[in-house]
Design a protein around this ligand. Structure first.
Ligand SMILES: [Ca+2]
Length: 242
C-alpha cells in the first residue's frame, strides 16, 4: 500500500501566514542555521539548529573507527547500526573518504561526528545505514550534513507506521547545490509525527552528520508558509509488519 506524499523544499527562509496543507507534509529548509557555541553543539562544531537546542554532538565520546559501534545513545536519541558497515564516531577526514560537515569552509566541524559507512571498513559493502530513534514524536528534525551526496538516502519513519525516503540528489535538486561539494544544516518540519530517521549511504563513500536536533511541539505554522515553496512528490509506504 502506498500513497502520494508531498515534500516541499523551502529555498529561502520564509516568514509566512499559511498553514500546512497536507497531512504528512515535509518541509525542508537548508538556509536557516546558527553558528554552534560552547553550550550548543560545542566550540568548533560548525553550524547548529536555529530551531531547537542541539541534542547530539558526539563530542564527549571516544572515537569509534573500524569496526564502528552497534549502538549509541545521547540525550534520548538512540542510534542503531543497520546494514553494511553500520556507523562510526569519527573526527576529521578518515580513510573511508569521509569528510566532516563544513569541510573546506569557515563552518568546518572540527568536533566528533557520525559517519556511515565506517572509515576504513569493508569496501564495496553495499548499503550501510543506521536508524535514529528520536525518543519522541518529532515535528522538527535537523542536522549538519556534510557534502550532500547522490548516494546518501534519508528515510523518515512516521508514528503512523508509514515512511518516506529521499536521496541526496532529491535535496540537491531542491536546494540548488552541487553533489559532493555542499555542506548544509538541513531542517525538516513535519505535520505528522516522525519517531525515527534512517540514514544510509551506498558503497565506500559516506554520509557524515553532526549536531542533531529534534522537537516535539509543532513549530508554529512556521516558515512553511508563504511563497517560495517548491514541491515534489515522493511515495510514502507502509512499513512492513511482522
Ligand atoms: Ca560534534
Amino acid at each position: 500500500m502506498a500513497r502520494k506524499h508531498m515534500i516541499l523544499a523551502v529555498v529561502l527562509g520564509i516568514l509566512g501566514m499559511a498553514t500546512l496543507a497536507h497531512a504528512g507534509t515535509i518541509v525542508a529548509v537548508n538556509t536557516n542555521s546558527v553558528a554552534c557555541t560552547a553550550t550548543n553543539g560545542g566550540t568548533g562544531a560548525g553550524l547548529c539548529s536555529a530551531y531547537a537546542p542541539t541534542a547530539v554532538t558526539f563530542n564527549n565520546q571516544a572515537l569509534a573507527n573500524y569496526p564502528g559501534v552497534a549502538s549509541y545513545t545521547e540525550n534520548g536519541f538512540t542510534f542503531t547500526a543497520g546494514g553494511g558497515d553500520g556507523f562510526a564516531i569519527v573526527n576529521g577526514e578518515g580513510p573511508g573518504y569521509n569528510k566532516e560537515p563544513g569541510y573546506g569552509t569557515s563552518a568546518n566541524d572540527t568536533t566528533n561526528y557520525i559517519s556511515t559507512p565506517i572509515p576504513g571498513g569493508t569496501t564495496n559493502q553495499g548499503l550501510s545505514s543506521y536508524t535514529i530513534n528520536l525518543g519522541m514524536n518529532a515535528y522538527y528534525f535537523g542536522f549538519y550534513w556534510s557534502t550532500i551526496d547522490t548516494y546518501n538516502t534519508i528515510t523518515f519513519n512516521f508514528a503512523d507506521k508509514t515512511s518516506v525516503s529521499y536521496s541526496g540528489l532529491d535535496f540537491i535538486n531542491q536546494f540548488g547545490g552541487t553533489a559532493g561539494s555542499t555542506s548544509s544544516f538541513v531542517n525538516f518540519f513535519f505535520d505528522s509525527a516522525v519517531t525515527s530517521v534512517t540514514m544510509s549511504s551506498n558503497d565506500t563513500y559516506a554520509l557524515e552528520a553532526d549536531n542533531f536536533a529534534a522537537q516535539t511541539p509543532e513549530p508554529t505554522s512556521m516558515l512553511l508558509l508563504g511563497t517560495g515553496l517548491l514541491g515534489f512528490a515522493g511515495t510514502r509506504k507502509w512499513w512492513k509488519r511482522g
